[in-house]
Design a protein around this ligand. Structure first.
Ligand code: ADP
Ligand code: MG
Length: 336
């Protein structure tokens, strides 16, 4: 059984101009201890998929369809009788079962409190009866685990005394303090410079083997997830267009958008890094319909793509993709 399983999730925002269809019929799952990457360019609905899951949507946002199961338990807002019941359940889940790591650690850290306070508190909350001294000892162990040097002295410092990369490590330590079932990391390294980004990714990759939490890693950069994800879901225009193991996505991708993203990744073997951005811009989520979201940017688009998106075709137990090029009548055009 999947640790987190989302089926047909649809989330909309009401605005003056109409409904923004940010998440459209999204289905995905992450197994226990697995790392799932959700990849797509900015505005494709990655964060809102996870905010819908965590109950963190903005006031004008609403889940209008779908099921969200955490460890077998249905937690979609649609499944609760009252909003109050939903909010109190989610408060509990956010503190215990699911933790989120954001791009900017300062949105999460309290600048006026020492790291000790911010780290010891969740440890005490999760281990009723633990002494303060013992909680501090565990906090120091966690800081060590996430690679913060001299944790014994640094634990009494304030967030601003840490670099961006070190702050992100503190956030990861706080997330680990709850021993959550699922950790959602939303662009955790995007704000960091390249070297530090690599170090934080290495840390996440190494944690993968020492904790049994499932991790969902959200990024706009397919290159970032290559080394740490077991499976990858490619998202575009509020839809998942392709999903597969890292190997299936990197070596046997089917969707033209996935292929475009792969071309965007600089080839390390090349001396001069060449970038191939995909021309065009994402669809306007106010006016999307049944058509394939990628149709206007796709070099291989056919008439049918304008009418509706294809069903998902299964290439393996783990690999599926929605694209008309897989249709037998389209063969020849799609094969390269
Ligand atoms: P990303 O893939 O970059 O994480 P998001 O999930 O944040 O994208 O956003 C998906 C879409 O939802 C975007 O078009 C964004 O403008 C829209 N959106 C997000 N929050 C709101 C809101 N409060 N009101 C209206 N539209 C929103
Ligand atoms: Mg986002």
């Amino acid at each position: 059984m999947a640790m987190l399983e989302i089926n047909n999730l649809t989330t909309q925002f009401s605005t003056e101009n109409g409904a923004v269809k940010a998440v459209r019929d999204v289905s995905l799952y992450v197994e226990k201890g697995e790392v799932l990457g959700i990849v797509g360019e900015s505005g494709s609905g990655k964060s809102q998929t996870m905010f819908s899951t965590m109950g963190l949507l903005a006031a004008n946002g609403k889940v209008v369809n779908g099921s969200i199961k955490l460890d077998g338990k249905e937690i979609s807002p649609l499944s609760f009788k009252t909003n109050k019941e939903y909010e109190s359940t989610m408060d509990d889940i956010r503190g215990n079962d699911m933790a989120m790591i954001f791009q900017d650690p300062m949105t999460f850290l309290n600048p006026t409190l020492k790291i000790e306070t911010q780290l010891v508190e969740p440890i005490i909350n999760h281990n009723p009866g633990i002494s303060k001294a013992e909680a501090k000892k565990r906090a120091i162990e966690l800081m060590k685990k996430v690679g913060i040097p001299s944790p014994e002295s640094r634990i009494s410092q304030y967030p601003h005394q840490f670099s961006g990369g070190m702050r992100q490590r503190i956030i990861i330590a706080i997330a680990l303090a709850c021993n959550p079932k699922v950790i959602i990391a939303d662009e955790p390294t995007t704000a960091l410079d390249v070297t530090i980004q690599a170090q934080v990714l290495d840390l996440i990759a190494s944690l993968k083997d020492t904790i049994d939490s499932s991790i969902i890693m959200i990024t706009h950069d397919l290159g970032v997830v290559a080394s740490i994800c077991d499976r990858i879901a490619i998202m575009y225009g509020g839809k998942i267009v392709e999903t597969g193991t890292a190997e299936e996505i990197f070596y046997n991708s089917k969707h033209p958008y996935t292929k475009g993203l792969l071309e965007c990744i600089a080839n390390p073997e090349e001396e001069r890094k060449k970038l191939h951005p995909i021309p065009g811009s994402p669809p306007d989520l106010l006016s999307v319909s049944d058509e394939c979201p990628f149709v206007d940017r796709c070099e291989k688009a056919m008439k049918i793509c304008k009418i509706k998106m294809n069903e998902y075709k299964k290439y393996s137990e783990t690999h599926s993709c929605s694209c008309w090029l897989s249709h037998e009548m389209a063969s020849g055009k799609g094969e390269e």
